[in-house]
Write a protein of this length. Structure first.
Length: 157
């Protein structure tokens, strides 16, 4: 059984660690955050349950990579949440996807591609510290066991 150690005090910037030590390395790092939103849709030219109007609680897994800033952060999780809320949640959450998305069949495969464009555009606009933010992967779960994904290396067009 190991002994637990309780520090006597919290470490302090400028006393125990210097600002130039906060950025530990120069490597590209990926950061991943998950979100959920609820929406309704139906599929065209499809014979099965999904041709009827129905809803899902979608789960979106976003992976962004970049280089660290002077604090040792690639992208703040709060900033990633803000981007998600603006470009995905606001237009899609509790909406009828066939009505709010561009003309398309609202399959998970098409939706994840639309989300990619939205997020990538916003990341490029906000990368003010030149950390070379890149959307690396999106996974969109339509149900707990059914998902569509996109990866950067697949994006040839």
């Amino acid at each position: 059984m190991s002994e637990y150690h309780i520090p006597e005090r919290a470490m302090k910037l400028y006393e125990d660690i210097q600002p130039n030590q906060l950025k530990y390395h120069q490597h590209r790092v990926a950061v991943t955050k998950e979100f959920t939103f609820d929406a309704a849709h139906h599929l065209y030219m499809y014979e099965g349950k999904c041709k009827s109007l129905h809803g899902h609680t979608y789960r979106l897994v976003i992976t962004v990579s970049g280089y660290l800033d002077e604090r040792g952060l690639c992208i703040d999780f709060g900033d990633l949440k803000e981007i998600y809320k603006l470009r995905v949640e606001r237009p899609l959450d509790h909406h009828y996807l066939n009505e709010v998305l561009p003309p398309m069949n609202t399959t998970a495969e098409n939706i994840v591609s639309w989300i990619w464009r939205e997020l990538e555009s916003e990341l490029k606009k906000r990368d003010s510290k030149q950390q070379d933010w890149r959307l690396e992967e999106l996974i969109l779960y339509e149900t707990p066991t059914s998902r569509a994904s996109l990866k950067r290396e697949w994006m040839t067009k």
